[in-house]
Each structure stands twice: as structure tokens, then as C-alpha cells.
Design a protein around this ligand. Structure first.
Ligand SMILES: Cc1cc2nc3c(=O)[nH]c(=O)nc-3n(C[C@H](O)[C@H](O)[C@H](O)COP(=O)(O)OP(=O)(O)OC[C@H]3O[C@@H](n4cnc5c(N)ncnc54)[C@H](O)[C@@H]3O)c2cc1C
Length: 379
């Protein structure tokens, strides 16, 4: 990783790694209730200063500009210890970066310092029942009523639904303009007419649910940027976060490799450690090689983003696509090396096997990443 890191990145990686070892891998068990644990993690990540890497220095952040490399380092190391810790950190970035990108100074001062300190939980709401990969077809309406907007519609698969303090919400202010009529808003969790309709249970523990906006009235100054800029703001946010999903996948896969090496060395069959069988060694070699390739793609993409390179978007799609798909294969092989032990509910391999799955779907499925990559080639 050295070509993409400076001394600050290396120091950050050491600090996060040590914290993860002490608090997530070696630390006491967290709260039993998912939402309580999610809240506790955001607070802890704020106290140790990690959330500060999700916002700019002027608003309580660690650096002048939010860096993709910092986010990737944090997500890789946190995911190695706990998928939920990674999710909660990632969401502080996803649910605030639209404000960093296009918000007014007043909006930044109001929301960003609390995201950095862990006092507030952030969320990002674009997906709808009929608008998943095709986000431009979203139907949530934001109708102007004098000095306010009235939101009506439904958002689903919204991470942090029910525990967030604010939601960055994308809604149409001019439906006839389709994609160009979408605007971005900050909706406080206590806004009248904002209802958490459902807490959705998914494969791996993740606070997520359905939001309904039933004549939800918000002030006109809740709009981020200008009317019609919503999708550009959403895509600008996802452009930063996309490679960080790849980094989380690398962290989960790294843990799987470590666990597989340890288990293969300890498990005896046919009178020797299974690590002595070439069939197992080949699996470990494949896992390690794919992991290294994934990590290089992720940090190359993060570096390209931080440098403002023209091909950063394509590189970050490649990084997300390859890292999440490779991590799924690596974890599957790691579980295979564990035999039946890998399937025991609550064991680390069983957990990783479930934790990795969503990453190939959220923030752009693997298929959508391929479309972005191909579009770049064919333009
Ligand atoms: C754990 C989790 C957390 C999430 N968190 C959030 C969040 O915080 N905020 C938020 O707004 N959303 C969130 N989402 C939603 C997520 O971004 C969407 O699930 C994702 O974009 C895919 O949309 P969809 O599920 O509707 O699938 P669909 O778009 O219906 O896709 C179904 C299948 O069709 C494929 N497909 C679709 N279009 C094409 C095409 N043109 N070419 C080829 N194949 C295609 C897809 O790749 C997929 O395999 C989350 C989802 C999950 C699972």
C-alpha cells in the first residue's frame, strides 16, 4: 500500500488496528440489542476520533478535506473486527458527505460537528420500492408550500432508519424534469410526518428499515444545494463512498484468511495438520492472492479519488466490484477450510459468510458497477 499512503495514513492504520484488536476482537461483548449496539459503536467511534475522518476539519473533522484513503483504512480495519462497527462508521460518511459536498455553511455547522463527535447518527435515503438501481425513477415528491416543502413517498432499505438523528433525503421537486428534477434535503428525525414504517431484518445484523413521508413538512432551508442538483449530489457522495465498500470487503476477507490459516494449522486429520495438504495450501494461496489484488485496487481507487484523477470513478467501480466479489469467494473458501465448524451459528466464519453478502448489493450492485466500467470504455 506504500505507493498510495503517506506517514499520516500509516499512523492512522496502526492506531485503528490497535483499537480494533483491543476493543472489537479482544474486547468485551457489546450490547445484545442491535440498535443499542449500533448507537454505542457510533459514540465510541466518535470518542476515539475515528468519525472525525468523515467530515472536514472546519466542522470538527480530522483533515482539511475528507479523504477516501482515510475512510478505506478505517473501514478495512473496522470490518476485520466487526461488520457492524464498519457499517456504523461508513454510514457517518454516507449520511453526511452530501452536506459536506453541497450544504450551506449553516447546514455544515449544524450537522457535521455532531457526526464527527458521534453525538448524532447520520443516514442517506434514496432507495424506494420502485427505484433501486434505477434511482432516477424515484417517486418521492417534495412539493413547495410557501416557505416550506411537503414530502410524500416511501424509502426502503434505509440504513439507520429509526436510530438516525437526520436523513439526507432525495425527492423530486419537478417530476416532469425526471432526473434533473430531483433535489436533496436534510430531514431531522423528529420532523412531523416522518414515520419509521418498518424495521427490516436482513441476513447480517444491520439497522435498516422503511421510511414513510406522510405530508412531512420541512423548512425551505433544509434543501442541500439548489433545486434539481439532487442526483449530482447523491452520485458525488457515492463516488467517494464506493471504493470504501470495497475496503470493508477487504477487511472481512482479511479476517477470513487469518482464521483459515490459524484453523488449518491447528486442525488434525489423517495424522497431520490439514495445512500440510496441498489441497488446503492451494486454497490459502488463492485467498491471499485475490485479497492482495482487491486491496491494491481499493487503495488505487481511493488515491485516484483523493488526487481528483479523471478515471477515479471507473477505478472505484472496479475496486468495489472486484473486492466485494473476491471477498465472497475468499470467505467461502475460508469456511470450507473450517469444515462443519464453519457453519456453527455465531462462529466467526458463519458470521463473515453472512456479513459479506450485502456488500455486493448496496451502493450499486455488481452488475451496475460493470455498466459504469463498460460505459467508461465505450464512451
Ligand atoms: C444492507 C443494505 C443497506 C442499504 N442501505 C441503504 C441506505 O442506507 N440508503 C439507501 O438509499 N439505500 C440503501 N440500500 C439499498 C441498495 O442501495 C439497493 O438495494 C441497491 O441499489 C439495489 O437496488 P434493489 O435492491 O432495488 O435491486 P434492483 O435494482 O431491483 O436490482 C435487482 C437485480 O437486477 C439487477 N439489475 C438492475 N438493473 C440492471 C441493469 N441495468 N443491468 C443489469 N442488471 C441490473 C441488479 O444488479 C440486481 O441483481 C441498502 C441495501 C442493503 C441490502
Amino acid at each position: 500500500m506504500l505507493p498510495f499512503f503517506d506517514q499520516d495514513h500509516l499512523a492512522l492504520r496502526e492506531r485503528v488496528r490497535a483499537w480494533v484488536e483491543a476493543n472489537l476482537i479482544g474486547g468485551p461483548a457489546g450490547e445484545k440489542n442491535l440498535e443499542d449496539e449500533a448507537r454505542r459503536l457510533v459514540k465510541r467511534l466518535g470518542e476515539v476520533g475515528f468519525n472525525r475522518h468523515a467530515v472536514p476539519r472546519a466542522y470538527g473533522g480530522a483533515r482539511e478535506k475528507v479523504e477516501a484513503r482515510d475512510l478505506c483504512i478505517l473501514r478495512e480495519e473496522l470490518a476485520r473486527g466487526s461488520a457492524l462497527a464498519d457499517t456504523m462508521f461508513g454510514m457517518q460518511g454516507l449520511g453526511s458527505y452530501s452536506i459536506t459536498l453541497a450544504g450551506s455553511d449553516e447546514q455544515k455547522r449544524r450537522y457535521l460537528p455532531k457526526v464527527a463527535s458521534g453525538e448524532a447518527i447520520a443516514a442517506f435515503a434514496i432507495t424506494e420500492p420502485d427505484a433501486g438501481s434505477d434511482v432516477a425513477s424515484l417517486k418521492t415528491l417534495a412539493a413547495r408550500r410557501g416557505k416550506s416543502f411537503c414530502l410524500t413517498g416511501t424509502k426502503r432499505f434505509i440504513s439507520n432508519a429509526g436510530i438516525a438523528d437526520h436523513y439526507v433525503v432525495f425527492a423530486s421537486t419537478e417530476p416532469e424534469k425526471k432526473a434533473k428534477g430531483v433535489s436533496a434535503f436534510i430531514v431531522d428525525a423528529n420532523a412531523p410526518g416522518l414515520i419509521v414504517k418498518e424495521k427490516t431484518e436482513v441476513l447480517s445484523p444491520h439497522p435498516i428499515g422503511v421510511l414513510a413521508f406522510e405530508n412531512c413538512e420541512i423548512a425551505e432551508d433544509a434543501m442541500i444545494g439548489k433545486a434539481g442538483e439532487g442526483l449530482n449530489i447523491a452520485f458525488g457522495t457515492l463516488d467517494l463512498l464506493r471504493c470504501t465498500v470495497g475496503a470493508a470487503a477487504v477487511g472481512l476477507a482479511q479476517r477470513a484468511l487469518e482464521e483459515a490459516v490459524r484453523y488449518a494449522g491447528a486442525r488434525q486429520q489423517f495424522g497431520q495438520a490439514i495445512a500440510r495438504f496441498q489441497g488446503i495450501q492451494f486454497k490459502l494461496a488463492d485467498m491471499a492472492t485475490e485479497l492482495e489484488a482487491a486491496r491494491l485496487l481499493v487503495y488505487q481507487a481511493a488515491w485516484a479519488h483523493d488526487c481528483g484523477n479523471e478515471d477515479a470513478k471507473q477505478k472505484s467501480s472496479m475496486a468495489k466490484l472486484y473486492a466485494t466479489e473476491a471477498a465472497q469467494r475468499i470467505i467461502d473458501q475460508g469456511l470450507q477450510i473450517h469444515g462443519g465448524v464453519g457453519l456453527i451459528a455465531g462462529s466467526i466464519m458463519e458470521r463473515l459468510y453472512r456479513d459479506i453478502r450485502a456488500l455486493r448489493i448496496y451502493e450499486g450492485t455488481s452488475e451496475i458497477q460493470k455498466l459504469v466500467i463498460a460505459r467508461g470504455l465505450l464512451k
